[in-house]
Design a protein around this ligand. Sequence first.
Ligand code: BES
Ligand code: MN
Ligand code: MN
Length: 458
Amino acid sequence: MNDYITNNKDRFLDELLDLLRIPSVSADSKFKDDVRKAASFLEEKLISAGADNVEICETGGHPIVYGEKMVDPSAPTVLVYGHYDVQPADPYELWDSPPFEPVIKETALHPDGAIFARGACDDKGQMYMHIKAFEAMMATNTLGCNVKFIIEGEEEVGSDNLEDFLADNKEKLEADIVLVSDTGIIANDVPSITVGLRGLSYVEVEVTGPNRDLHSGLYGGAVPNPINILSEMIASLKDENQRINVLGFYNDVVELTSVERAALARAPFNLEEFKSSIGLSDIEGESGYNSMERTSIRPTLDVNGIWGGYTGEGAKTVIPSKAHAKISMRLVPNQDPEKITKLFEEHFKSIAPKSVSVKVTPHHGGQPAVTPTDSPAYLAAAKAMEATFGKEPVPFRGGGSIPIVALFEQILGAKTVLMGFGLDSDAIHSPNEHYGLFNYYKGIETIPLFYQNYAEMK
Ligand code: BES
Ligand code: MN
Ligand code: MN
């Protein structure tokens, strides 16, 4: 196995670089053909790796790539999930090299080199490790589990069509476990396995005052300014302890016991490094919780974008008619995104002064998820990582969201193992996204051990 990987190392990398050259941005319809090109690329690679029944499944949006290899009806079945779509690369001018022309450069955290490109880590690099690990197991006749691949093209826009795909193909997708590499490890010398993801509620708000933009001298002082009002409304959403003021927001939050909090605190966290890595001299957050807890077991409310009025060159004296903001709330177990969106809408409208009108438009959301640490699949992943990293991985909760994970359990009845290999510092969704060569090859090496361990333990 390791010989096969070593002998094919360069080709494994070249293929990933080819995939990264395809700008499969799901959010922007201008890249629609490229999204499909990425799907065809994967179709071809799954076939040449030895998968059966490979197909591009049409959906109401971007297609899903499916493939499988059934080796033995009595062996357990692993459903591998990943996504081939990527976030928009904007703003392009902040990239040191063009986002869809991958280059390899060394960094402090990646002395062996890292691939710089949009999607390098999220999720093309991590997803492609599974196809290459599968190829290696097929070529060396060592695949001990049945495997099914679903690789979607709409994760970054909310996986809207994947839910129906799961519901319509329950039998075809039947599996004992879902295996996903779309999260991270704490550091290259601190292996870890994500055992929880946050949910998401995302809304856009619009505050309208006067029926047109007004001269701020003729009218200013006597009329509502929607930007001033929106700012005050947003400011009131958190109290002095940074608790979220939306009525009922915390009702369903599961508080962790001190034993559970102590277990999570075993994951190393260096506050000074955290601050310096993002250029902060101080941090903040909800009272009573440390930074690691604030980004994992606690819900949040953040403004993601805010606009209105005049933002062009120079000064224009104007009271705008409208102000807008996009607001996300990260949710924790047992909060329900639809319920939270409704609570937010009611609260936000209730705090608006009579002089303005408020519109709240929900965007896609997602449910939080927790995964077990005592299941055969978790133990198989932990043992595989221990073998390749030389250290037992620590379980920890991630702050991001992969909404489909909760639906795998609800629709297919299958739990998920989140065996990711990225680093938080890999700049996913940001300019200069990258993925370590160490991490790419470590993943390709670790995945076959997962299959081997899981076949033995199940
Ligand atoms: N792979 C990420 C989620 C992630 C990254 C989880 C790192 C844990 C660690 C995924 O592609 C993503 O970006 N999810 C979105 C939500 C989605 C609905 C757009 C997110 O978390 O913002
Ligand atoms: Mn992802
Ligand atoms: Mn993402």
